[in-house]
Design a protein around this ligand. Structure first.
Ligand SMILES: [Fe+2]
Length: 266
């Protein structure tokens, strides 16, 4: 049976605020394996001000880690991608070898800057899509402005943006607002992937098993499989992903919750 694939994690050693060494990366992957992952796309941060040298460093570290994984006999398939800070002209960066998840030239994981969102955001995503890429928005539930504005989330959905929610958000590790927003997105059928965004083994672990159990409770086993196994696997292979079935949107457990989220002022 196919296992879970984590499409957003900071396991690549010594390049960002995630793993600090090859040993730590191996230990993180061991934890992931214990949770049932069979594959992981490593997504170090790439910021708007980074140049191709940073990307070359990622390639170098990835080759070293891949060899260490083989020597350690870990049965996990790793590939390289990036979590890109949003900027205009992102298509150029997305065209770098590790600009797309798994390097297959299709899916781009984009992180929005904190604070007030640029009015030209939708135009930026539009040009990325017209260049042939499929943007995935990383953890929209954690963005304060989006978490308070269902209307803006809806506009981004109309832009055919795919949403990746963090396992930790579903479990309340990033506060109640992020958790409620994650639940709202799940009930709307607006989530394509759940990923760990794992940074370490302490404060920001994988948490995929517990999050999958919670999604099963909220939305059923079939939906959990779509979000944790099937769609992430398709992304790695550069294939089209599957949308939520016709039973979505579903009512929230707490009827007042959706109203509060929809009506929340910025
Ligand atoms: Fe991340």
């Amino acid at each position: 049976m196919a296992g879970m694939v984590d499409i957003h994690c900071h396991v690549l050693p010594a390049v960002d605020d995630g793993s600090t060494s090859i040993q730590m990366s191996l230990n993180m992957l061991r934890c992931g394996l214990a949770e049932g992952i069979t594959g992981a796309v490593l997504t170090p941060h790439i910021h708007p001000f980074d140049g191709p040298d940073k990307e070359a460093l990622h390639q170098e570290r990835f080759a070293e880690l891949k060899e260490a994984v083989a020597q350690a006999g870990l049965e996990v398939e790793i590939s390289l991608g990036a979590e890109m800070g949003f900027r205009f002209g992102l298509a150029e960066v997305a065209g770098w070898p590790s600009g797309t998840l798994g390097g297959n030239g299709t899916y781009v994981l984009v992180d929005l800057p904190p604070g007030i969102l640029s009015p030209g955001l939708e135009r930026g995503f539009f040009s990325l899509r017209t260049a042939g890429f499929k943007p995935i928005l990383a953890h929209p539930e954690r963005h304060r402005q989006l978490a308070r504005s269902h209307e803006q989330i809806g506009r981004l959905r109309q832009q055919e943006l795919l949403f990746q929610v963090n396992a930790g958000s579903i479990l309340g590790q990033f506060g109640r607002r992020a958790q409620r927003t994650a639940e709202m997105l799940l009930h709307q059928g607006w989530v394509e992937f759940v990923a760990s965004d794992g940074h370490d083994l302490g404060k920001r672990p994988f948490s995929l098993v517990a999050a999958r159990a919670r999604v099963e409770e909220l939305c059923g086993g079939r939906e959990a499989r779509r979000l944790f196994v099937e769609n992430p696997g398709r992304v790695r292979r550069g294939e089209g992903i599957e949308g939520a079935d016709a039973s979505f949107p579903r009512p929230l457990q707490s009827p007042g919750l959706l109203k509060r989220l929809l009506g929340a002022k910025r």
